[in-house]
Design a binder for this molecule. Structure first.
Ligand SMILES: Cc1cc2nc3c(=O)[nH]c(=O)nc-3n(C[C@H](O)[C@H](O)[C@H](O)COP(=O)(O)OP(=O)(O)OC[C@H]3O[C@@H](n4cnc5c(N)ncnc54)[C@H](O)[C@@H]3O)c2cc1C
Length: 413
């Protein structure tokens, strides 16, 4: 007999969201444990910059994520930290094409919302601490996992027991997942040979709720609208995809050189770029594992699929996975199946496979399409971009994919 029903290894944005979703969706008697290796801050901590998974980055939450967090009762907690995206301006440096997507054209209040990871983390942790159904082992790491007849036996290092068994282990320990490797779950990797440089930028002009996606010959550059902060009334979050050497250079150079380089790439749509916050860079790769479930095991979040950040899809997709897993586990439990039942987990896999495939293809093709050196292709791309303004169905398809519309059906079912 297992001592726990579900153990989640990894308390990043995905692990904590999953713990909260399970606590709200599964029957009372289901025992849920979350194990996080990094020491989480005490409940009263005010400073948001504490957790590597909730770093200086921002996340664009899609419409589907809004629906999921609403259904879980978490949206009101997040709301004060959210900056709505009312328009998305897509353009290409050195070419004539550009396209504007407007929320009003779809009868929506917003195309998505931007939240700083630090605040998202703060809100999720707050909800987790208020949720007495989830046992939190912290700081503690799951160092080994052995599937057997009685469930999965885990070895732990840190606060709490040294070993325990669980009916279901959810591996949510990030893109470099040590547990995935330990379990021999293969992952395919396609390096992009690019780094994402991220930082917050203060601008002279207000963003007016506009997110900018600009494609350049070096790679795509996104500026997402942020709420005002002390000392910076107009702020946007930059995600700038660059060749590794250029990223390293821009990471270290003086602020004025950085702002001049960015201004030259982005232009003056937000007026003069005035200030830049802490800069960080992440190497980019498309990582994905085909085998995401085994009896007693599910791999989720970045451990299952890490995407190019250009279309802001990774976390949104993970939230849709979370929603689907909760649904099939609840159905399975109602039919008398244990949470680790392979048949139940395969139902989850079958349900999310199409969404994962489409979302990965979407975020993989987008930067490649815009970086092509073939001038004919560039022309076709320009026409396609301008065409987005003329061809309503194409534009609608772009918005639908970015918003994760398929998941909406699942949430509203
Ligand atoms: C530059 C950039 C911008 C992005 N922008 C967006 C966006 O706008 N929208 C979007 O949807 N997505 C975006 N993403 C993707 C998003 O950040 C990821 O999908 C998300 O962070 C994945 O979270 P995770 O919890 O799976 O992994 P992680 O954040 O890596 O968390 C894993 C956690 O597991 C813990 N851990 C590791 N090993 C163990 C162990 N053995 N035992 C216990 N704990 C362990 C770690 O301490 C960590 O807290 C972006 C990504 C990047 C790089």
């Amino acid at each position: 007999m297992s001592e726990r029903d579900v153990v989640i290894a990894g308390g990043g944005m995905v692990g904590i969201s999953l713990a909260l979703a399970l606590a709200r969706r599964l029957p009372e008697q289901v025992r849920i444990t979350l194990v996080e290796g990094f020491t989480l801050p005490p409940a009263a901590a005010a400073a948001p910059d504490y957790h590597p998974a909730f770093d200086a980055r921002s996340t664009a939450l899609s419409y589907s994520s809004e629906q999921i967090y609403r259904a879980l009762g978490l949206w009101p907690l997040l709301q004060r930290w959210l900056c709505p995206i009312e328009t998305i301006h897509v353009s290409s440096r050195g070419h004539f094409g550009s396209s504007v997507l407007r929320a009003v054209d779809y009868d929506w209040d917003a195309l998505g919302h931007v939240v700083e990871n630090a605040w998202l983390g703060q809100a999720l942790l707050h909800a987790l601490r208020a949720e007495n159904r989830v046992e939190l082992l912290n700081p503690a790491r799951v160092v080994d996992a052995k599937p057997g007849r009685e469930g999965v036996t885990l070895s732990l290092d840190g606060d709490g027991p040294a070993a325990l068994t669980t009916a279901l282990l959810v591996v949510a320990d990030g893109a470099d997942s040590g547990l995935r490797q330990r379990l021999g779950v293969a992952a395919t990797e396609k390096p992009y040979r690019q780094h994402a440089l991220i930082c917050n930028v203060a601008t002279a002009e207000p963003h007016a709720g506009c997110a900018f996606e600009r494609f350049t010959d070096e790679g795509p550059l996104a500026l997402l609208p942020l709420l005002p902060a002390a000392g910076a009334r107009h702020r946007s979050a930059l995600v700038w995809t660059l060749p590794p050497q250029r990223a390293a250079q821009l990471l270290e150079c003086p602020q004025e050189d950085f702002l001049a380089a960015l201004q030259q790439r982005f232009g003056y749509r937000l007026g003069r770029l005035q200030q830049v916050g802490a800069r960080h860079a992440y190497p980019l790769a498309l990582r994905h594992c085909d085998e995401q479930v085994r009896a007693g095991i599910a791999v989720m979040g970045n451990a299952a699929h890490a995407l190019h950040p250009v279309a802001g899809q990774g976390f949104n997709l993970a939230l849709r996975d979370i929603w689907a897993l909760c649904e099939v586990l609840a159905e399975g439990l109602a039919q008398g199946h244990a949470p680790g039942s392979l048949a139940v987990l395969q139902r989850y896999r079958a349900r999310q496979q199409g969404d994962q495939r489409r979302t990965m293809a979407f975020s993989d093709r987008l930067p490649a399409l815009f970086m092509h050196s073939d001038p004919l292709l560039a022309l076709a791309r320009d026409l396609a971009l301008s065409g987005l303004d003329w061809v309503a169905p194409l534009k609608r398809a772009f918005v639908a994919q970015a918003a994760g519309m398929q998941a909406l059906e699942a949430v509203h079912d």
